[in-house]
Write a protein that binds this ligand. Structure first.
Ligand code: COA
Length: 330
C-alpha cells in the first residue's frame, strides 16, 4: 500500500436543532442587550437542542446527511470519530451511540477531545489513517449540546454558544490534492483559561461542586481572544507554507466561528478580505461543530467549487489549535 495516499472529503452534512434563541430572548434571561452581543461577537441567534436530544442525536442527523451527500452506505464506514466536549455520557463514547443509530456496524468508533478544535483534529486523525492505508472510509463528526454546560445566569458565557453538529465523509482517492497535512498545536499551560472544571476525576460530582457551578463552562474571554487570533493566524501561515501555497491562491478561509471580531482580526492580519467564511450570526459558537457546519454550508451555498483551495483553521480549550488546506474535489 502507498504510504501517502490522497484523501478526499466526499460528502458533508450538518444539523441544528429547531429551537432558535435570539439575542432578544437572552435579554429576558440575563442582563444583556442585542446591541452588546452583536457588536462584541457578531451573533444574532443560536439554536438550542430539545431536552430529549443529546450530542449523539444531533451528530446522527448530520451524519445521515453527509452519508447521503457522499452516496456512501453506513456499513462502508471503517472509522467513526465524534469530536465533542458535550458527550452523551462519560462512556461509552458518543461515537458508539452514533454508530448504533446509523447502522455503521463495520466501523471502529471513538470520541476525540480537543474542545472547539475537535473537528479539525478528528479530520487530521482520519486523514492520516486513510493516507497510510489503515482504513478506506471514515466518518468524522463534530457535535455539541453546549447548552447543557452553560451557566444561564452568567452573561459573560451563556450568550456565546449554541448547539449543533456537522459531519464529513472521507475516503482514499479523488482528484486533486484532497485534504492536505494539517499543522496542529496545543498548550496545556493555558488550560485554566477555558474549561469546564467540575464533574470529572479532578472535581467529582458532589453537591458542593454543583453549588459552586463548576459543572459549567468557565472562560477568561479577553485572554482567550488574544490567543485565538495569534494561534489561528500563525497556524494558517504555517499550513500554507508547508504546502507551498500563498494566501492569494486560497478561494475560501473557514475559521472557527467563535466571534466575528476574532475572525476580522485574523482576516486583517492575513490580508484576505472577504474570503473569510462567516456564519457566526446564525449559530453562535457551536464548539467542535462550528467548523463542520461552516464547511457544509460553504459547499452547499456554492462558495466552494470543484478545484478550489480552502483553508480550515480552529482554536479551542486546552489550548488547542490547527489549520489545514484542502483542494475541493467534488
Ligand atoms: N452583556 C452586557 N455586558 C456584558 C456581557 C453581556 N453579555 N458580558 C460581559 N459584559 C460586560 C462586562 O461585565 C464588562 O463590564 P465592566 O466593564 O463594567 O466590567 C464589559 O461588558 C466588558 O467586558 P469584557 O469581558 O472586557 O468584554 P470583551 O470586549 O472582552 O468581550 C467577549 C467579551 C467574551 C465577547 C470576548 O472577550 C470574546 O469573544 N472572547 C473570546 C471568547 C471565545 O471565543 N471563546 C471560545 C474560544 S474557542
Amino acid at each position: 500500500m502507498d504510504s501517502k495516499r490522497i484523501v478526499s472529503i466526499i460528502g458533508t452534512g450538518s444539523y441544528v436543532p429547531e429551537r432558535v434563541l435570539t439575542n432578544q430572548d437572552l435579554e429576558k434571561i440575563v442582563d444583556t442587550s442585542d446591541e452588546w452581543i452583536f457588536s462584541r461577537t457578531g451573533m444574532r441567534e443560536r439554536h438550542i437542542a430539545a431536552p430529549e436530544q443529546a450530542a449523539s442525536d444531533l451528530g446522527t442527523e448530520a451524519a445521515k446527511k453527509a452519508l447521503e451527500d457522499a452516496g456512501v452506505d453506513a456499513e462502508e464506514i471503517d472509522l467513526l470519530i465524534v469530536a465533542t466536549l458535550s458527550p452523551d455520557m462519560f462512556f461509552p463514547s458518543t461515537a458508539c451511540f452514533v454508530q448504533e443509530k446509523i447502522g455503521a456496524k463495520n466501523a471502529y468508533c471513538y470520541d476525540l477531545g480537543a474542545a472547539c478544535s475537535g473537528f479539525l483534529y478528528a479530520l487530521e486523525t482520519a486523514r492520516a489513517q486513510i493516507a497510510c492505508g489503515a482504513v478506506e472510509t471514515a466518518l468524522v463528526i463534530g457535535s455539541e449540546k453546549m447548552s447543557t454546560f452553560l451557566d444561564w445566569e452568567d452573561r459573560t458565557t451563556c450568550i456565546l454558544f449554541g448547539d449543533g453538529a456537522g459531519a464529513a465523509v472521507l475516503r482514499s482517492g479523488g482528484e486533486g490534492r484532497g485534504v492536505m497535512e494539517s499543522v496542529m498545536g496545543s498548550d496545556g499551560s493555558l488550560a485554566h483559561l477555558l474549561s469546564t472544571p467540575g464533574g470529572g476525576s479532578r472535581n467529582p460530582m458532589t453537591h458542593e461542586m454543583l453549588d459552586q457551578g463548576m459543572q459549567y463552562l468557565q472562560m477568561q474571554g479577553r485572554e482567550v481572544f488574544k490567543h485565538a487570533v495569534k494561534r489561528m493566524t500563525d497556524a494558517v501561515l504555517s499550513a500554507l507554507e508547508k504546502n507551498g501555497l500563498s494566501t492569494d491562491e486560497i478561494k475560501c478561509f473557514i475559521p472557527h466561528q467563535a466571534n466575528i471580531r476574532i475572525i476580522d482580526a485574523i482576516s486583517k492580519k492575513l490580508g484576505v478580505g472577504d474570503r473569510m467564511y462567516v456564519n457566526v450570526e446564525k449559530y453562535a459558537n457551536t464548539s467542535s461543530a462550528a467548523l463542520a457546519i461552516a464547511l457544509d454550508e460553504a459547499v452547499k451555498d456554492g462558495t466552494i467549487q470543484k478545484g478550489d483551495l480552502v483553508v480550515l483553521t480552529v482554536f479551542g480549550g486546552g489550548f488547542t489549535w490547527g489549520a489545514n488546506v484542502l483542494e475541493w474535489g467534488k
